[in-house]
Design a protein around this ligand. Structure first.
Ligand SMILES: O=C(O)C1=C[C@@H](OP(=O)(O)O)[C@@H](O)[C@H](O)C1
Ligand SMILES: C=C(OP(=O)(O)O)C(=O)O
Length: 454
């Protein structure tokens, strides 16, 4: 049984063609910022207060891991948490296995944290996480002196790491644009002397860099090539507690946003959404497709730019999505494929190899879901092409493969498809967006639970 208890029976649901979606919604806090808030709180001596934390299963597993490593982690109210940290290098040896459930981010960032401490820890997760590549994290950490005491086939979970007494700083050129790889190396670098540098050929989300600065570490970020960055951290800083206000997650906002675009007559405002430029590739793409999306009340909250996003139902046209945009929308391709299905014309999404190693093989899962809904598509290498005709037949059943974003994307599709669309398991939505069903229904979405769908 994994920590999230999902070995239980799947929970199917059915999404039906809905009347115009109306109203205002604030989706939960950003998952990336939430993981990092807990982690940096644990690495800081003193009390860190966090407001707006995402209370999804992925983040709650990170909270448990921080406590197992010696921090005091306490929930004060809805989204309100306090962390009493133990400082960089001050973690204690955990007693049991650190189980991260479905979460790539939590498990991989915490490997970097453990690397920076002379302790041994065992990492595990659910069947989805056990399928995902971890050598991409172990390779740089081994260069820093970390010992992989044990691991499953191919360096996968469950695995045991031992942090060395003297960690070695490195300059690491990441083979893929991955904030999880970058962050794991930087988090390990906190425990190393000298400077640790990560180079990425395309810039991935920069929440770790921003938060390192927020907590008083010395970080420099320089451009690298046409689209990349070189991030350098001075090791062994004395981090200082700093309050954190987590903005709403753009990757969760994507679902009510696309739903409002495709359900005729819809007019919805999604409040307080983080608009960090390294997270807004979907919004740029949808605007290129003709989407009526307006950023209102733009401001800065907790060091991140945010806006209230007003979305009205729109006639969409197919576009070409350049591969270099992928890191800024890497989690949004499933729901973009849904929008593209309702557009008129071809949408080509280029360079999607990283989708193969998310909670599911998202390229295959999206393709199968499109086929089940009667949408014409093609996969050419790492590119996904969707032939939109302005409407979607629907009427099929979609396999989610333990992937929350596959579940939410195809429930959104069902809200505007001609015939209802069934999704085989919505239980993993709780990993990132536990309030998805009530909040979508509050806008007018017709989504029926297992009692009806089965
Ligand atoms: O660092 C993070 O918080 C995340 C990075 C992304 O992964 P990669 O950057 O490894 O592609 C993304 O898929 C994940 O949902 C969250
Ligand atoms: C890939 C995702 O998260 P993780 O890598 O943390 O499982 C996601 O949220 O889409």
């Amino acid at each position: 049984m994994s920590s999230t208890g999902h070995d239980a029976n799947p929970v199917p649901a059915l999404a039906r063609r809905s009347a115009a979606l109306k109203g205002r919604v604030r989706v939960p806090g950003d998952k990336s910022v939430s993981h990092r808030s807990l982690i940096f709180g644990a690495l800081t001596v003193g009390e860190t207060r966090i407001s707006g934390l995402l209370e999804g299963e992925d983040v709650l597993n990170t909270a448990k891991a921080c406590a197992a490593l010696g921090a005091t982690v306490e929930r004060l109210g809805e989204g309100e948490w306090r962390v009493e940290g133990v400082g960089v290098g001050g973690l204690r040896q955990p007693e049991g296995v650190l189980d991260f459930g479905n979460a790539g981010t939590g498990s991989r960032l915490m490997m970097g944290v453990v690397a920076g401490n002379p302790i041994t820890a065992t990492f595990d997760g659910d069947a989805s996480l056990r399928r995902r590549p971890m050598r991409r994290i172990l390779d740089p950490l081994e260069k820093m002196g970390v010992q992989v005491v044990d691991a499953a086939e191919g360096g996968r979970l469950p695995l045991t790491l031992k942090g060395p007494k003297d960690l070695v700083p490195i300059t690491y050129e990441s083979p893929v644009a991955s904030a999880q790889i970058k962050s794991a190396v930087l988090l390990a670098g906190l425990g190393a002397p000298g400077e640790t540098t990560v180079i990425e050929k395309e810039a991935s989300r920069d929440h770790t860099e921003r938060m390192l600065t927020h907590f008083g570490a010395q970080v420099t970020v320089e451009p690298y090539g046409a689209h990349g960055r070189k991030v350098t951290l001075k090791g062994r800083p004395e981090l200082k507690p700093a309050p954190i206000r987590v903005p709403a997650d753009p990757s969760s906002a994507a679902f009510p946003l696309v739903a409002a675009l495709i359900v005729p007559g819809s007019d919805v405002v999604i409040e307080g959404v983080m608009t960090n430029p390294l997270r807004t590739g979907l919004f740029i793409t949808l605007k290129e497709m003709g989407a009526d999306i307006v950023f209102e009340n733009e401001r800065v909250e907790g060091g991140e730019s945010v806006a209230d996003i007003r979305v009205r139902a729109s006639a969409l046209k197919g576009v070409d999505v350049p591969a270099e945009r992928a890191p800024s929308m890497i989690d949004e391709y499933p729901v973009l494929a849904v929008a593209a299905s309702f557009a008129v014309g071809k949408t080509r999404m280029n360079g999607l190899s990283e989708l193969r190693v998310k909670e599911s093989d998202r390229l295959a899962a999206v393709a199968d879901g499109l086929a089940a809904a009667g949408v014409t598509y093609a996969i050419e290498g790492d590119d996904l092409i969707v032939e939109g005709t302005g409407s979607v037949p629907g009427g099929g059943a979609v396999a989610t493969h333990m992937d929350h974003r596959i579940a939410m994307s195809f429930l959104v599709m069902g809200l505007a498809a001609t015939n209802p669309l069934k999704v085989d398991d919505i239980s993993f939505i709780a990993t990132s967006f536990p309030s998805f069903l009530p909040q979508m229904r509050g806008l007018g979405a017709v989504i029926e639970d297992e009692a009806v769908a089965a």
